[in-house]
Design a protein. Structure first.
Length: 65
């Protein structure tokens, strides 16, 4: 179990460097997303981050989707 100082350091880091993004979607769409993530051996969060990075890098290269 992390110490109180480790928890505080994590909290401080997150406050400075992390932003949460709320995402609403239809249940059927979420279930589909979750299946794809599981099939890829990833979490939903990881799957979305990977897809987002891929799209942004594609767009930055001038290949708009």
């Amino acid at each position: 179990m992390p110490s109180d100082s480790a928890k505080e350091a994590t909290k401080k880091y997150k406050a400075m460097h992390i932003r949460r993004v709320a995402l609403e979607m239809q249940r059927e769409e979420y279930d589909r997303l979750k299946r794809h993530a599981e099939n890829a051996g990833e979490t939903v969060n990881g799957y979305l981050k990977k897809a987002m990075r891929l799209r942004m890098s594609t767009e930055e290269a001038g290949n708009h989707v």
